[in-house]
Design a protein around this ligand. Structure first.
Ligand code: V47
Length: 372
């Protein structure tokens, strides 16, 4: 039988936790505050008192999607009045707005629109990058990259090379959901399976792209599936070292096919954050995405393993369509205040974790931030 004392000893000695340790940490036998304390120790070892954020915006160029993932409130059918597809002018206008507001990153993801060719998706990256070269484009989940390979009948490597040539800066962590087929086959049976998602990130890392990873929790999965998910990510990170940040994503049920399931409570959120920090010993950063957690839980998460709050954010749709009641955006002053209230030192970073130095309305990229 595992005990918290044994796990404490391993964590203090910097030893890797096992699958069984992960399951124990999720169980009622492991006191949440003790789990949080251990995660806080690892956070502090890696990132000291720093807590990161960036100034970013979202762009979801279409919500029309061939897939019908049961947890998604954002997708639309082509003929549904909610369905939309942005024009190049609208996309560029968003880029202009982002730059005017000091954004360093645009996070681009959307539906898989069956009428749009691969060229449309590459062109979107190209026009944004050409017009706003300093804006980092964190675009397309592994699921979208897989769709582009399907559309073009070309290898994933080729798809990524075209995107890099157009101006892609990194891949976000979406589309991972829960890797285990017992769950994946029920919530998103058609989309890229675990091996495909992981292999796309492997290829991206080989091409020099940094990527993130997520886990969608609080629906039909159990602790075993969550730990399995974390261990698969940890194995790929051992191989490539290309992941930057892990983001646990709490399921939001409103307007989804799983609206009978209640949203996970704050204690589940905090435990998931802490277990992620403890199991993913080779990930430099764990993000508390305030849009999804709510502001109070996100602040508390900074003492349960998280070292990053994502960004100030503009134009978020995926969570707000699914019932998130958080604000649409935060100002830099507000996000810094939240971080200071949590006892941490706010650091504005770019997507690749380099310090941002600002002078009035101009900014420059400073030094890379070292992680322990
Ligand atoms: O893959 C969709 C999730 C993800 C719901 O890389 C839902 O920095 C909860 O990946 N309830 C997209 N979750 C968002 C994402 C992300 C967010 C913030 C930062 C980064 C990053 C990536 O949102 C999807 C899916 O797992 N999602 N619908 C829902 N109803």
């Amino acid at each position: 039988m595992t005990t918290i004392q044994e796990i404490r000893e391993k964590v203090e000695a910097g030893e890797r936790l096992s699958f069984a340790d992960g399951e124990f940490l999720y169980s009622d036998a492991a006191d949440l505050n003790e789990v949080g304390q251990l995660a806080n120790l690892v956070r502090e070892r890696k990132n000291g008192q720093l807590a990161y954020f960036n100034i970013n915006t979202h762009l979801n160029p279409t919500n029309v999607c061939v897939y019908r993932c049961i947890f998604c409130a954002f997708r639309s059918d082509l003929r549904d009045p909610r369905g939309y597809l942005m024009s190049d002018e609208q996309v560029l206008e968003r880029g202009g707005e982002a730059v005017e507001n000091g954004c360093t990153e645009m996070h681009i993801v959307g539906g898989l629109h069956h009428q749009m060719p691969f060229d449309w998706y590459v062109n979107l990256v190209r026009i944004l990058h050409d017009a706003y070269p300093a804006l980092h484009l964190k675009a397309w989940t592994g699921v979208e990259i897989n769709w582009f390979a399907h559309l073009t009948k070309k290898p994933v490597r080729w798809v990524l090379e075209q995107m890099i040539d157009a101006g892609l800066g990194s891949l976000p962590g979406g589309g991972a959901e829960i890797f285990h087929p017992e769950v994946r086959d029920k919530i998103c049976e058609h989309k890229a399976g675990a091996e495909v998602w992981l292999d796309i990130h492997r290829t991206a890392h080989q091409l020099g792209l940094r990527t993130n990873a997520t886990m969608l929790y609080g629906h039909i999965e159990n602790a075993y599936h969550r730990v399995d998910h974390l261990v698969r990510l940890r194995e790929l990170q051992d191989e490539t070292g290309g992941f930057q940040t892990f983001i646990p994503l709490a399921f939001h049920p409103e307007n989804t096919g799983l609206d009978h399931i209640p949203k996970p409570g704050a204690l589940v959120d905090l435990r998931t954050m802490a277990v992620s920090r403890l199991m993913l010993d080779n990930f430099p950063h764990i993000k508390a995405y305030w849009i999804m957690l709510g502001i109070g839980t996100a602040q508390t998460a900074l003492s349960y393993g998280a070292d990053d709050l994502d960004g100030t954010v503009r134009h978020e749709l995926i969570y707000h369509d699914a019932g998130a009641t958080t604000p649409e955006m935060l100002s830099t002053e507000a996000i810094c205040r939240l971080i200071r209230e949590a006892g941490r030192e706010p650091v504005e970073r770019d997507t690749l974790y380099r310090r941002i130095e600002r002078d009035g309305s101009t900014w420059r990229t400073g030094e890379a931030i070292a992680t322990g």
